[in-house]
Design a protein around this ligand. Structure first.
Ligand SMILES: CCCCCCCC/C=C\CCCCCCCC(=O)SCCNC(=O)CCNC(=O)[C@H](O)C(C)(C)COP(=O)(O)OP(=O)(O)OC[C@H]1O[C@@H](n2cnc3c(N)ncnc32)[C@H](O)[C@@H]1OP(=O)(O)O
Length: 243
């Protein structure tokens, strides 16, 4: 757990241009990702454990010293290669229809997914229309020495802001994302995020976000999320059916 103070709560400061979203609509939009569900069985718990072990593996590989014992490196390369083949031979999600638990952001996402070894994983939390998140990036995410790669800085914002757009009452896709990296984002320490919708116009929602390390602002971002035309047509057909 972090020892830093919680970020200021801005959820009561209604932004102009953001419609009030009924609680049941927000809950429905967020049902695929919050709260982080407990594993729905021993297989899923084992899969999460596997992903966590794979995260440690990736970081250890990243840090393995080329000036160390070359034979030992060759030997573990063989072992890891065998292990990859063993895992690939297990029953695969490619072989069946994914269920709801498989599809959850918390399961599969490359940023928050417990089953995805690429995910740090980030933790997400809804606070009214504001989404808060935190993550610790290990050595595998290094760009500048000791600091998080800018692409991952942006990816983390996309995830948090992609979830925060639920504050607009519906979900779209990232049309643009602008990140201002004011300071470099540190590795190995908790980074906090907050994001919220600032404006909604038709199927467009603008979202802003900030990240902090040790309580100090390191980056902020603005993005536009657009509900694809095809989905808007589906929404309208559904609404007409319900009327
Ligand atoms: C859809 C729901 C999916 C959500 C599922 C979530 C489930 C879990 C819940 C939550 C988790 C979220 C966590 C994940 C977060 C990650 C999100 C991502 O990374 S998404 C992947 C990266 N983004 C893409 O791949 C987009 C690629 N682009 C497109 O598909 C289209 O360009 C799209 C949908 C953005 C717009 O296409 P059009 O054909 O529907 O609409 P047009 O007519 O082109 O634009 C509509 C309006 O938007 C403006 N617009 C579009 N793109 C713009 C841009 N780049 N900059 C400025 N304006 C733009 C246009 O000028 C137009 O404005 P005017 O109506 O004329 O005023």
């Amino acid at each position: 757990m972090s020892t830093i103070e919680p970020l200021p709560d801005k959820s009561s400061e209604a932004s102009p241009g953001v419609p009030e979203v009924p609680a049941d609509v927000l809950a429905e939009l967020r049902s695929t990702w919050t709260p982080r569900p407990a594993p729905d069985g021993p297989g899923r718990a084992a899969r999460h454990r596997l992903a966590e072990a794979a995260r440690r593996l990736v970081e250890a590989v990243k840090l393995a010293d080329a000036e160390g014992d070359a034979d030992a490196l060759q030997s573990v390369a063989d072992d890891v290669s065998d292990l990859a083949a063993r895992i690939a031979a297990l029953p695969s999600l490619r072989d069946r229809e994914p269920n709801l638990a498989d599809l959850q952001l918390h399961e599969r996402s490359p940023l928050v997914g417990a089953a995805n070894p690429l995910a740090p994983p980030m933790e997400l939390e809804a606070d009214g229309p504001v989404i808060r998140a935190h993550a610790v990036f290990n050595a595998a995410y290094e760009g500048p020495l000791g600091r998080v790669h800018g692409g991952y800085v942006a990816a983390a914002f996309d995830e948090v802001m992609g979830v925060a757009q639920s504050g607009s009452g519906r979900l779209g896709m990232t049309a643009y994302l602008t990140v201002r990296m004011k300071r470099s984002t540190p590795l190995h320490e908790r980074v906090d995020y907050e994001a919220e919708v600032t404006r909604v116009e038709g199927r467009k929602a603008w979202v802003t976000a900030r990240s902090y390390a040790g309580g100090v602002l390191v980056a902020d971002a603005e993005g536009l999320f657009v509900r694809p035309r095809a989905l808007v047509l589906q929404d309208e057909a559904r609404a007409a059916g319900e009327a």
